[in-house]
Write a protein that binds this ligand. Structure first.
Ligand SMILES: NC(=O)c1ccc[n+]([C@@H]2O[C@H](COP(=O)([O-])OP(=O)(O)OC[C@H]3O[C@@H](n4cnc5c(N)ncnc54)[C@H](OP(=O)(O)O)[C@@H]3O)[C@@H](O)[C@H]2O)c1
Length: 337
């Protein structure tokens, strides 16, 4: 079989396509024939060497997100059989309850080997069944971006019908957050830095869109659009540079789920959070329980992930390039023949 491994980090030259022996399942393990993978912003940070919280072993297999078919099971496996359609969970050891720091080394695509391969082998506990109406390409978008959005908006954010969610930008996490909010019966206010993506957000069902390039004080517009009350939940991917605006955009006792740091460094005044009696928490993707709950909702709501573009397995480098261009709307996928 073929797989990608990472050579010297620092540029996309780190990506090497190599031949490797077919994996065989040990006791409790499952072999998955990967049919599609998807990229997350984190994968760019890892390959550039800027993701300091992840110590990669030499030759690690990149990417956390994929979907495929079970082809072989090891001794004692009870959860799966050949032919089952599955996706791996992001933090392999986080099945439910609170995340523990000792689970983190089992995160796929760094530090643990990821999924950019024709076949992978995982513990049977580290997989979920994918929604039946989704293709492998669609299901490959779920493990990191969708579960993060589910956790940020609905688990920690506790978004309810009739409430307002703010989604920042049109990357993978934000579009899933917008889609889950709409499915829940909530209102979505989205931001984007691209005039061209405004219409695409409206086509997705998002009623109000703010261009944060032409209107940098988007928080004031959120307050205006909510009659001065503010949003109930912000899924904060901008990070330090936009958190102060997110605090200004939420209602009294609102919630901010802190997911990412696209907008660079800045300091915030905790007094502004206190003044709103608001809550803010850090998000780390989500557990297997959350992934399974999300898949049930996706199946009932017939939600279709937004795929920007699909690249061939041999063009993984072009897929990374496309994600880093920021031109994408939703998910960048790699199909595995
Ligand atoms: N904590 C976790 O578990 C977790 C999980 C997943 C992702 N993340 C983090 O969340 C962030 C988003 O990840 P992703 O994979 O969804 O990214 P992505 O697909 O690469 O999307 C990035 C999008 O964000 C928008 N953006 C760029 N700069 C921005 C800025 N300064 N302010 C507001 N929006 C901006 C752009 O959309 P427009 O072109 O529309 O402006 C861009 O396309 C990253 O920082 C990532 O590392 C964290």
């Amino acid at each position: 079989m073929r797989l990608y491994h990472l050579g010297k980090l620092g540029s996309l030259d780190a990506l090497k396509l190599v031949d490797a022996p077919d994996p065989r399942p040990g006791p409790g393990q499952v072999v998955v024939r990967i049919r599609a993978c998807s990229l997350n912003h984190r994968d760019l940070n890892i390959i550039s060497g800027g993701y300091t919280s992840v110590a990669l072993k030499p030759g690690a297999i990149p990417l956390s997100d994929g979907a495929g078919e079970v082809t072989a099971v090891g001794q004692g496996v009870t959860r799966w059989k050949a032919g089952d359609r599955v996706a791996p969970i992001f933090v392999q050891r986080w099945l439910g309850g609170d995340l523990l720091p000792e689970y983190m080394p089992s995160a796929l695509g760094g530090p643990s080997d990821g999924v950019l391969a024709e076949q992978i082998v995982l513990n049977e506990e580290g997989l979920v069944r994918i929604p039946s109406h989704l293709s492998f390409e669609q299901a490959a978008t779920l493990p990191c971006a969708a579960v993060t959005a589910w956790n940020a908006a609905l688990v920690k954010g506790a978004l309810r019908p009739g409430q307002t969610l703010v989604a920042l930008g049109t990357g993978g996490v934000s579009l899933f957050a917008a889609q889950f909010a709409l499915m829940t019966g909530a209102r979505v206010i989205a931001t984007t830095g691209s005039a061209e993506k405004v219409a695409r957000l409206h086509a997705l069902g998002v009623g109000d869109v703010i261009n944060y390039q032409t209107l940098p004080d988007w928080d004031a517009r959120v307050r205006e659009l909510t009659g001065g009350r503010g949003a109930d939940v912000v899924v904060e991917v901008g990070g330090p540079g936009s958190v102060a605006r997110s605090i200004a955009a939420i209602r009294y006792c609102g919630h901010i789920s802190v997911v990412g740091n696209l907008a660079g460094k800045a300091t915030i005044d905790p007094g502004t959070l206190f003044a709103k009696r608001a809550s803010m928490c850090g998000i780390q993707v989500g557990s297997r329980d959350m992934f399974e709950a999300m898949n049930r909702a996706i199946e009932v709501g017939k939600l279709e992930p937004v795929i920007d573009r699909v690249f061939d397995f041999t063009a993984a480098r072009a897929a990374y390039d496309h994600l880093s261009s920021g031109k994408h709307f939703g998910k960048v996928v790699i199909s595995v023949p």
